[in-house]
Design a protein around this ligand. Structure first.
Ligand code: GDP
Ligand code: MN
Length: 434
């Protein structure tokens, strides 16, 4: 997992949701299957286009959707060497494997014909990496770029850090490799610069980071300049994360961003229309897109207990307690705040559309959410969808008493739970009985 989150978590506590990502990834590897996106996340070629528009140095490239286009692109590049890269949102592509049998999502070659042959084994096939679900992610596009020699690979990321209430630049002279490993084994090789968002990045901060990354002589100024440009890009596009690994050096003395991963703050969609229009939803599962239409977040997992929760923190707690009680979540549907009855209905519809689901656990903490609205939504959904699986409900918070009455008086076979532990036990038991 070459995500900068692990390092940043060291730098301090991150935005809560950001800190949750590795947990979600851990859940994914536990459960074998999970795809969740919290923010708009662009493909490498899209991120690099934004970077080059902001003066950040990237290689010349074309994008191709067929092997023939890739071949043509390779010829048109007219480069000494070409690098062919599968475009998926997950990292670790270099060490990935395709279900066509091809090893490696990143290939270097001098022969444009080889680009065509390799692209044929990439496009339309699934690429599995450390960061994807087991079955991998289908590759629809490849990037055909001018390869450059790399003399040194460093790591650079800019992200929002809650403990400092602003952006932090994280870097390491040991880039290219798994950055979590560097953070764990040689934490002294991880460097941070906290940026005052009102004052912006200072020259001496960019210079210090360039030096810490090991850029010497004239390369130091060049690297500092690239770091400043990356920071300006980060701000201008409302990114939550810009990660460049490797942030490399060529033997000719150029500092180049060889890889790029940018995430965006969804709250900025209103002023970043062009960027959000690039959103590539092809990697989402249809059910995730369907959920998004109703402002719900769906996460698919491998078990048989559907979980209906509000908030990512509660989702994680619910997940843990189900596992502790010997059960396995089938999915999560996160309701977020400001809920309407109709959303609850849609949520149940989505949850029960999954044939794996053998029980439903509702775990809602009503703060902003009014429990009575949830209870009404639940009873309506139960009746209209003729719910056939056991339903365990734990509600807490605003208007909970009225909510309990609604459930009790509904005459529906709903099992109430007093707390999360009780809810998990009852849900696990209801599945075990079958
Ligand atoms: P990732 O595996 O998904 O992170 O994909 P990257 O874009 O980082 O590529 C993986 C590795 O391929 C990099 O760490 C580099 O070592 C290598 N690589 C990528 N582009 C080039 C290039 O233009 N020239 C050379 N020599 N190596 C490259
Ligand atoms: Mn990389």
């Amino acid at each position: 997992m070459a995500s900068p989150v692990a390092i940043a978590a060291q730098a301090g506590k991150l935005l809560r949701e950001q800190a949750l990502r590795p947990r979600l990834l851990a859940v994914r590897s536990q459960a074998g299957h999970l795809t969740s996106r919290r923010w708009l996340n662009l493909q490498e070629y899209q991120s690099k286009k934004l970077m080059s528009e902001h003066g950040v140095r990237v290689q010349r490239f074309f994008v191709a959707s067929t092997a023939n286009e890739a071949l043509e692109a390779a010829k048109r590049l007219n480069a000494k060497e070409i690098v062919l890269k599968a475009q998926i949102l997950a990292g670790g592509r270099g060490k990935g494997v395709f279900n066509s049998g091809l090893k490696g999502g990143v290939h270097l070659t001098k022969d444009p014909n080889v680009v065509g042959q390799l692209a044929k084994q990439m496009i339309g096939y699934n690429l599995t990496t450390k960061q994807t679900p087991k079955e991998g992610v289908k590759v629809n596009k490849v990037m055909v770029a001018e390869a450059l020699d790399i003399s040194r690979e460093t790591y650079l990321a800019i992200l929002m850090d809650r403990s400092h209430n602003g952006p932090v630049i994280v870097g390491s002279p040991q880039g290219g490799v798994d950055i979590e490993e560097v953070a764990a084994s040689s934490p002294e090789l991880i460097f941070k610069e906290q940026i005052d968002i009102f004052e912006g990045i200072k020259d001496n901060q960019a210079q210090r980071m360039a030096e810490n990354l090991g850029f010497l002589g004239p390369l130091k100024n060049q690297a500092a300049d690239q770091i400043k440009k990356l920071y300006h890009l980060f701000l201008k596009i409302d990114a939550t994360q810009v990660e460049v690994n490797p942030f490399g050096e060529t033997p000719e003395g150029q500092v180049v961003c060889f890889d790029a991963k940018i995430n965006f703050d969804d709250n900025a969609e209103f002023r970043q229309k062009d960027i959000f229009a690039m959103d590539d939803k092809s990697e989402n599962e249809p059910i995730e897109n369907e959920a998004a239409r109703y402002d719900l977040k769906y996460i698919g997992l491998d078990g048989n207990i559907a979980c209906f929760v509000n908030g990512a923190g509660l989702a994680m707690a619910t997940c843990d307690i189900i596992f502790l009680n010997g059960g396995k979540p089938a999915n999560f549907l996160d309701l977020g705040g400001g809920v309407k009855e109709a959303q609850v209905y849609q949520a149940f519809k989505l949850l029960t559309s999954d044939p794996k689901v053998e029980a439903i656990l509702v775990n809602i903490f009503g703060g902003i959410v009014n429990c009575a609205i949830i209870a009404n939504g639940i009873t309506k959904a139960c009746r209209e969808l003729e719910l056939k699986v056991p339903l365990v409900v734990r509600l807490e918070g605003t208007n909970v008493q009225e909510a309990q009455n609604i459930l009790k008086n509904s005459g529906l076979p709903i099992t109430s739970a007093v707390d999360l532990e009780d809810a998990a036990k009852k849900a696990v038991a209801s599945v075990a009985k079958k």
